[in-house]
Design a protein around this ligand. Structure first.
Ligand code: PRX
Length: 662
């Protein structure tokens, strides 16, 4: 496989430039949680027992008897026989240890209002909401859907669910009504927590109408919906019979004491839907013991979190990054986690740096897309603020180009903070490939070596490891505690999506395939190049091209559609759609508008097409397969290779002209 065969531009600049390296600053190393490189050898020699170090970060009601159970591989189990509660581990034990008055969550609304929950406050509110959920009839193992923006009630609801053993399924608030319904249907979820609205660039968005629209398409009966009053309007008038005002219920249950339910290590903590290659999102199942241990361990080893820190991850809790690294990891370690409701450029482009300065943030974790936007806005915005409290910077979600990495290192970190570029996925639960900030040399553009205990290897199409300097497919050849256990109600798809490609079933040798392309250098550093399946990564958000295509072909007047990712300066990738109108329809602005609307309705504004190109035909091979590679090259403005193997080479020029001629 050549590098051209995999998508993504993350490695491109690195290949063109001489690889620069940076050492972790001495001042950082002196205080780092992990400083000894012997940890790599130790974890290799002691594997899988090494993962007890992760489990030891938690308090168990019942100790586990086996670290890794691999009898039914790839349905691995971790810390079997152990019992624990995630909410107890994130709250009660810190209060018991004397941290009752330490800030757990510092929240800032877009309009500037702030709320601080100490560990004591948060425990009280979580117990009150856990009592509420119980009274509504939520039982252990009932899936509760959370369709909420970045307001404190979201982590409160997550922890309340965890407390009573009800798995939560968070749906990103920016997703559409349809997306909510699909996920509630798939999870058979009868309970929903949502809100009336939230703020975006100063405007109040109506979230309740969107919720209600989604509820109309839920196929089973929804028992109860709890609505948080974020906008301060008169909520009562807008609520249906089975809808309740969050504040009223929590007030009624104030002071309630709810014993944390002791859960088996392998019991489900939450479901998180993510996009795959088919039109149907996948319900990734994460467990209580393995996931929480892994989120806590990686938060400590990679993000260097300490209880006295103020830590800020600017992701949304509706995605896995927010689950693992705003809520579960940081709170399990007893630190202060910052949440921001709004956009980074409201009211001005220095908003994030103002938050860093005001809260004296020690650790900041964000996405390369955000960094590229900061870069475009200019260094004058961070320069207006005192960012000297920062000790460590991180990135996640997509490849980071070396230029953006260096800008971040210099302009935000003042060359005094290590930058960790962390590769992982919804399915992995936590970070997998990254430098340890107090140990490793940094190479901009390259995520780094696999974490200790993580057996990530780059292989060719036959599954053989590639030589250093080459590109191939990223694989993980040993299980890890944070791994997904299955896809909800779909063990078969779990096997076919992740394990079929490189495993040797007969030999009982299981290899996890994350569907990313990557290359490896002489030092074992991995540069992730991007997805090799039909999934695209827009601003660090994962979208299935099939999901977008099926929305488009639902528009009357559309005969056929192909969706691909094209390179984008800020977003990394953007959505490009190529559409064949039906006979009798014209590909004009009207149809274009309907297509854009259909995509927003089916998925949400994040999937909004950058371009809709009308064409009488799509470039196809002689066997009738759409040449996606070519469509991607057109979208990215790349030079087009040989088109002579196509059945209809003449359409290529016409399409390219429409896109590149702009
Ligand atoms: O392609 C990889 C990319 O994001 C995908 C996972 O997306 P999701 O499950 O939504 O989780 C995002 C947050 C963990 C991966 O398959 N990706 C993630 N981190 C990186 C990355 N690509 C390159 N470098 C990274 N650091």
């Amino acid at each position: 496989m050549s590098e051209e065969d995999v998508r993504g531009d993350g490695g491109l600049e690195a290949r063109l430039e001489e690889q620069e390296t940076f050492e972790p600053p001495e001042s950082f190393v002196e205080q780092a949680n992990v400083t000894d490189e012997s940890i790599y050898e130790e974890f290799e020699e002691e594997w899988p027992q090494c993962w007890e170090q992760a489990a030891d970060l938690l308090e168990w009601d019942e100790p586990y008897d086996t670290v890794l159970e691999d009898e039914e591989a790839p349905f691995y189990e971790w810390f079997t026989g152990g019992n624990l509660n995630a909410s107890y581990n994130c709250l009660d034990r810190h209060v018991e240890d004397g941290a009752k008055n330490r800030a757990a969550i510092k929240w800032e609304g877009e309009l500037g209002e702030t709320r601080t929950y100490t560990y004591g406050d948060l425990l009280n509110e979580v117990e009150a909401f856990a009592a509420t959920l119980r009274d509504l009839g939520v039982e252990e193992d009932d899936v509760v859907t959370l369709y909420m923006p970045m307001i404190p009630e979201l982590p409160i609801a997550m922890l309340a669910c965890a407390r009573i053993g009800a798995p939560h399924s968070a749906v990103f608030a920016g997703f559409s009504a349809d997306a909510l319904a699909t996920r509630m249907n798939s999870a058979d979820s009868e309970y929903l927590v949502t809100c009336d609205g939230y703020y975006r660039r100063g405007d109040a968005l109506d979230h309740l109408s969107k919720t209600n629209e989604g509820l109309e398409d839920v196929e089973h009966e929804v028992s109860d919906v709890v609505v948080v009053d974020r906008l301060g309007d008169d909520l009562e008038h807008s609520l249906a019979d089975n809808q309740h005002d969050y504040d009223e219920l929590v007030d009624e249950h104030a002071g309630a004491s709810v014993e944390p339910v002791s859960r088996d290590a392998e019991d489900m903590l939450f479901l998180m839907y993510t996009s795959g290659t088919t039109g149907q999102p996948k319900g990734v199942k994460h467990t209580t013991g393995g996931y929480l241990s892994y989120a806590a361990w990686t938060s400590q080893a990679v993000l260097d979190i300490k209880p006295e820190d103020t830590y800020w991850c600017s992701a949304d809790i509706g995605w896995i990054t927010g689950h693992s690294y705003i809520v579960y990891g940081p709170l399990a370690l007893g630190t202060t986690t910052v949440m921001y409701e709004g956009t980074p450029d409201y009211p001005d482009k220095d908003r994030l740096w103002e938050i860093v300065e005001n809260h004296r943030v020690d650790i900041f974790y964000t996405a390369p897309t955000a960094i590229r936007a900061f870069m475009k806005w200019g260094a004058e915005y961070p320069d207006q603020h005192d960012l000297s409290s920062l000790r460590l910077l991180g990135t996640v979600g997509e490849p980071i180009n070396p230029r953006a990495w260096k800008w971040y290192y210099q302009n935000i970190g003042n060359e005094e903070c290590p930058v960790v570029d962390t590769w992982w996925q919804t399915e992995t639960g936590g970070m997998m490939v990254t430098t340890l900030p107090g140990v490793n040399t940094m190479k901009p553009g390259s995520a780094g070596p696999p974490l200790p205990g993580v057996d990530a290897r780059i292989v060719d199409a036959a599954g053989e490891e590639v030589e250093a300097g080459n590109a191939g497919y990223l694989t993980v050849q040993k299980p890890w505690p944070g791994m997904l256990r299955t896809l909800y109600n779909n063990d078969e798809r779990f096997i076919s999506e992740y394990w079929q490609e490189y495993s040797d079933e007969e030999a009982d040798e299981w290899v996890y395939f994350p569907e990313d392309g990557a290359k490896i250098d002489d030092d074992g550093y991995i540069t992730v190049l991007g997805r090799v399946d039909d999934v695209i990564n827009v601003s660090g958000h994962r979208l299935g091209t099939m999901e977008i295509e099926s929305a488009i072909v639902g528009v009357s007047g559309v005969a056929e559609a192909a969706v691909v990712g094209g390179e984008h300066d800020i977003k990394g990738e953007a959505v490009y759609t190529y559409v064949i109108p039906e006979d009798g329809y014209e590909g004009g602005d009207d149809l274009r508008e309907q297509i854009v609307e259909a995509v927003e309705d089916a998925i949400g504004p994040i999937a909004r097409p950058e371009e809709v190109v009308f064409t009488p035909e799509l470039p196809k091979t002689r066997s009738g397969k759409i040449m996606r590679r070519l469509l991607e090259d057109i979208a990215s403005g790349n030079e087009l290779g040989n088109t002579s193997t196509l059945r209809n080479p003449e359409v290529v020029e016409d399409i390219a002209e429409q896109v590149q001629g702009d």
